[in-house]
Design a protein. Structure first.
Length: 180
C-alpha cells in the first residue's frame, strides 16, 4: 500500500462520485458481508454518536465514509474478508480505545496537555501510512457542509476525528492485506 498522490486520489474520488445508487447499495452489502464488524462500527456506532449531536452532519459522515470505501477499493482492490482474520476489528478497537480515551477525558487536563494528546493522536504511528490528501479532502468536505448549516465546533471536530479514524482503519485493513 502507498499514499495516494494527487492524480490517483482525484481519480479514486471521481470514481466514488460516479457510482450510481444500485451499485452503491451492492458495494455496501458486500462491505457488510466482507467486514461486518467494521461496517457496523462505521455506519452504526460512529454515525449514531454523531447523529446524537446533529443528524445532518451524521448523513455527511456516512456519505464521506462511503467515498472512503470507494477510494480504497478503486486504488487498492477488494478488501480482505472477515473470515481471513476474524479478530482484526477487535484488535483495532483495542488500539483505538487506548488513543481515544485520553481525548475523551480531556476535560480534566490542561489545554496544553489536551493539545499534545490531540497532536499525538493525529500523528502517524511507527510504520503507519497516512493518507494526507484523503483526510484533507474529508476535512474540507465537512467544512464546506458547515458553511451552509448550523453545527457547533465540537460536533465538527468529532466528525473530522471519526473520519480520520475511518481512514486509519481502512489503512490498517489494507496494509494487513499487503503484508500477507
Amino acid at each position: 500500500m502507498h499514499e495516494l498522490i494527487a492524480q490517483e486520489l482525484y481519480q479514486a474520488l471521481e470514481y466514488a462520485k460516479s457510482i450510481d445508487e444500485d451499485s452503491g447499495k451492492r458495494m455496501m452489502i458486500q462491505f457488510e458481508i466482507d467486514q461486518p464488524l467494521f461496517f457496523q462500527t462505521i455506519f452504526n456506532t460512529f454515525s449514531s454518536i454523531i447523529a446524537g449531536r446533529n443528524q445532518d452532519i451524521a448523513h455527511v459522515f456516512m456519505d464521506l465514509s462511503f467515498e472512503v470505501l470507494c477510494v480504497y477499493q478503486k486504488a487498492f482492490g477488494n478488501m480482505p474478508k472477515f473470515n481471513d482474520d476474524p479478530t482484526w476489528m477487535e484488535r483495532q478497537a483495542g488500539l483505538l480505545d487506548k488513543e481515544l480515551k485520553p481525548l475523551m477525558e480531556g476535560k480534566n487536563i490542561s489545554e496544553k496537555r489536551s493539545q499534545r494528546i490531540k497532536e499525538d493522536f493525529f500523528r502517524a504511528k511507527d510504520g503507519e501510512l497516512v493518507q494526507v490528501g484523503l483526510v484533507q479532502f474529508l476535512n474540507e468536505s465537512v467544512d464546506d457542509f458547515v458553511v451552509g448549516n448550523s453545527c457547533d465546533t465540537a460536533t465538527v471536530d468529532l466528525t473530522k476525528t471519526m473520519l480520520f479514524v475511518v481512514v486509519r482503519l481502512f489503512n490498517n485493513l489494507y496494509t494487513r492485506l499487503t503484508l500477507q
